[in-house]
Design a protein around this ligand. Structure first.
Ligand SMILES: NC(=O)c1ccc[n+]([C@@H]2O[C@H](COP(=O)([O-])OP(=O)(O)OC[C@H]3O[C@@H](n4cnc5c(N)ncnc54)[C@H](O)[C@@H]3O)[C@@H](O)[C@H]2O)c1
Ligand SMILES: O[C@H]1[C@H](O)[C@@H](O)[C@H](O)[C@@H](O)[C@H]1O
Length: 338
């Protein structure tokens, strides 16, 4: 069966995923595209022979759409995801699931009432080979109980529209998700320290930031978010356990020795760094939809947790104190005990 996908939002990542679904993933075809910018929708739809539909509601209702991909702006996600659940169609939503805890909970309630998982959230790091290897090592017990995690998330530069709160909401959100999954633990509090600011930033921005998280089992996480680091796109993660440590590998790159130096290239953006992870994420999602299986990737509950934890982190930046995340108990529908 070919899964016919409708795409809502044909911007940067929407276009990336349209290309991916068309040229990389087998068993999928993009049949419909919509964007509030009609010209952009047309430009994205034409090369893949997809139909342009007037809005998200029309796309979700279309008989030519089996599954929905939401890649519009964050504040619009909840409406599209809720419409897809009402239509009983599988929906893949790029992060964030929604921008408020209330909207995330509306999605959780709607999916629970539907009685079967339909929603997957686009946290692609869970599909990265290095993170998957780290998880295997942690789960095997080889490094003993995890105690501390050291992370860095560095972007070369960000535009003027990027705000200090986005360091948590837009950037650290990836670590928040992948660490909850890696450690199989919940983040219970957040704190943010602001070192001396880099001169290579727009004046309104607090950059870099050091985020400190604590999990329910007492693991401490430090995360440097530095979005004007200049030198490249660099993701680091090291988990220290009672009997050893495991470190995320850097992407494979040839070593060059010349003129009395040894160097390897550092990537410059997330598109290249996580290309393989995005490919695997979409291959697995499409295979599941084609087989009629419920999604196994990041759930609406994970989307809710990420939104709540990153909001608490942004609040911690503002107030300078430790902020409790105060997550609701995980419902049984999502593997919890509540
Ligand atoms: N997983 C990742 O690493 C990753 C990377 C980049 C972006 N994202 C997420 O993907 C989403 C899109 O980001 P982007 O960088 O592509 O943004 P973008 O601004 O390039 O594209 C968004 C597009 O959505 C359209 N749009 C907005 N509201 C709409 C609506 N209601 N209906 C139809 N179209 C609508 C806009 O016109 C625009 O073309 C964001 O939520 C972002 O956080 C995820
Ligand atoms: O939306 C992007 C994307 O999620 C990247 O993976 C992250 O490194 C950036 O900081 C963020 O702005």
């Amino acid at each position: 069966m070919t899964v016919r996908v409708g795409v809502i939002g044909a911007g940067w990542i929407g276009q990336e995923h349209i290309r991916r679904l068309t040229h990389t993933v087998t068993g999928a075809r993009v049949t419909a595209v919509t964007d509030i910018d009609a010209a952009r929708a047309q430009d994205a739809a034409a090369p893949v022979d997809a139909r342009v539909l007037p809005d998200g509601a029309a796309l979700i209702a279309s008989a030519e759409v089996d599954a929905v991909l939401v890649t519009s702006w964050g504040p619009t996600h909840a409406e599209h995801v809720l419409n897809a659940i009402a239509a009983g169609k599988p929906v893949f939503c790029e992060k964030p699931l929604a921008t408020t805890a209330e909207d995330c909970l509306r999605i959780v309630e709607a999916e629970t009432a539907h009685g079967r998982r339909l929603v997957q959230v686009g946290f692609m790091r869970r599909y990265d080979t290095g993170y998957r290897q780290m998880k295997k090592v942690i789960d095997s017990g080889r490094i003993g109980e995890p105690l501390i995690v050291h992370c860095a998330h560095r972007n070369p530069a960000v535009p003027e529209s990027y705000t200090s709160a986005m360091a948590a909401l837009d950037t650290a959100v990836h670590e928040v998700d992948v660490l909850r999954w890696l450690l199989d633990d919940e983040i219970v509090s957040a704190q943010v320290l602001t070192p001396r600011a880099t001169s290579r930033r727009f004046a309104h921005l607090k950059d870099p930031q050091i985020m400190l998280f604590e999990t329910a089992r007492g693991v401490r996480i430090d995360l440097e978010v530095f979005v004007n680091c200049q030198y490249g796109y660099d993701i680091q993660c090291e988990t220290v356990g009672e009997e050893g440590l495991v470190r995320l590998p850097d992407p494979a790159a040839v070593g060059v020795r010349t003129a009395a130096s040894h160097s390897t290239e550092v990537l410059t953006d997330w598109v290249g760094r996580f290309r393989d992870a995005f490919d695997t994420e979409f291959r697995e999602w499409i295979a599941g939809v084609a087989a009629g299986d419920a999604p196994t990737g990041p759930s609406a509950w994970d989307g809710y947790a990420a939104t709540v934890i990153t909001a608490a982190t942004a609040e911690a930046l503002e107030c300078g104190h430790v902020v409790a995340t105060d997550l609701k108990p995980r419902p049984a529908f999502y593997g919890g005990t509540a």
